[in-house]
Design a binder for this molecule. Structure first.
Ligand SMILES: [Fe+2]
Ligand SMILES: [Fe+2]
Length: 405
């Protein structure tokens, strides 16, 4: 049987294929390299990691073999599956990201800004129907790794999608509220558009080695209020939308900003956006720290229930995406490797899985689907990787593309 975990000397680390098997920690227990990171990706994005590890006296790293399948192959396989796993129309997401760019660029120009916000509101009215149709939201979220400049916009779109998905689960017969939540999710960080570009693009000081200057945190904490003011100024009167924007950094324990509201006093739309925002932050590089797989993010969120979040909302997220959200690469108890396609409520540990690699480490061709059964003897042993966020091509408006073409 193919060896699944082996010890790799530091000098060889970036030459092997695989993923980091477990967190690599420093003497004071800080995570230097998180488990689950793909080595080919590390080679591209953080070649300096080897010297960093060396500085901490680390000589070997445990590496796991990975399934011989790429994220784009998974996407191709996904489109051929019957019955299909519905995803959100990527064009809609691309247009929304493009539109967000226009709002941020023109934030000082009132006419342009208002026009941009109104267009975005129209896009938002399309989203509830799309989200209802989308069975597995984690497969419709967008990855921002290669699109650094649009990171803030992609984050807002992902938060809106997650917010709508959760709101729909909690309030299935209140469509007006679901739509307001989506709008709140879209605009939750719009107050940041008033900050100099380097602040909102580098909100965590990531590009400066995680350094945040004392004044910056204070300025940064103003963005919920600035966002609310901006929307009011554009004639947005819906209290659920305004509440979502103003209160998305409140904490269940009462330690949040800007009003230190506690528990049930926090508007429901704000509580939902807070959960969506945290999940999206954990699974992207929007904030400092390491990127979590979706399954790690959901576990972390469960741990923060009652201190930061409304437990009812975290439970709704959990029951919507499962313990192994769609897109998670999993190792099964019989050593086969597959990718989670969908999870069903009340069946969180038993998703449908696309089997890509057999027990001997050979690629399965064509890929097969398998439904993990509660009473069956095959179960998910662990998560290996995460293909949940997809890559989107940049959007080229029609008039421009026809001129180019
Ligand atoms: Fe925010
Ligand atoms: Fe945010």
């Amino acid at each position: 049987m193919k060896k699944r975990v082996w010890n790799v000397a530091l000098g060889e680390l970036l030459n092997v294929e695989g993923i980091v098997a477990e967190d690599v920690v420093s003497r004071n227990q800080a995570v230097i390299l998180p488990g689950g990171v793909s080595l080919p990706a590390l080679r591209e994005t953080r070649p300096e990691i080897v010297s960093l590890l060396l500085k901490h006296g680390i000589t070997h790293v445990k590496v796991k073999s990975v399934p011989t399948i790429t994220a784009s192959e998974f996407r191709t396989a996904l489109s051929s599956i019957v019955p299909s796993v519905a995803e959100l129309n990527p064009l809609l997401t691309q247009i929304a990201i493009h539109q967000f760019g226009a709002i941020y660029r023109n934030i000082e120009d009132r006419t342009m800004r208002e026009r941009g916000i109104r267009t975005m509101m129209m896009i938002a009215s399309r989203l509830p129907r799309e989200i209802r149709r989308t069975s597995q939201i984690t497969l419709s979220l967008v990855g921002a790794e290669e699109r650094e400049r649009e990171r803030a916009h992609i984050h807002s779109i992902n938060v809106a999608l997650l917010t709508g998905y959760i709101a729909q689960k909690v309030f299935p017969v209140w469509p007006a509220f679901v739509e307001a939540c989506i709008r709140g999710g879209l605009f939750h960080d719009v107050g940041k558009a008033f900050f100099p570009q380097f602040v909102w693009e580098d909100a965590s000081g990531m590009k400066r080695g995680g350094k945040i200057f004392p004044g910056e945190a204070k300025i940064f904490n103003c963005h919920p209020l600035l966002g609310e003011t901006l929307l009011k100024d554009t004639d947005v009167r819906d209290l659920h939308v305004l509440g979502a924007v103003r209160s998305h950094h409140e904490k269940w324990s009462g330690n949040g900003v800007p009003d230190r509201l506690k528990g049930e006093d926090i508007p429901m739309s704000g509580r939902i956006v807070a959960v969506a925002d945290a999940f999206e932050n954990l699974t992207s590089r929007f904030l400092e720290g390491d990127v979590y797989r979706s399954d790690q993010a959901i576990s972390t969120m469960i741990g923060l229930t009652n201190s930061d979040f409304d437990s009812r909302i975290v439970r709704a997220l959990l029951s919507a995406i499962g313990l192994y959200p769609p897109g998670t690469v999993v190792l099964l108890s019989d050593q086969r490797v597959g990718i989670v396609l969908e999870t069903k409520e009340r069946d969180l540990l038993c998703p449908r899985v696309l089997i890509c690699v057999d027990a001997l480490g050979r690629r399965v061709s064509p890929f097969e689907t398998l439904k993990i059964r509660k009473e069956g003897n095959i179960y998910i042993k662990e998560a290996l990787d995460d293909f949940s966020k997809r890559k989107l091509e940049p959007y080229v408006p029609v008039s421009m593309s026809s001129r180019l073409g």
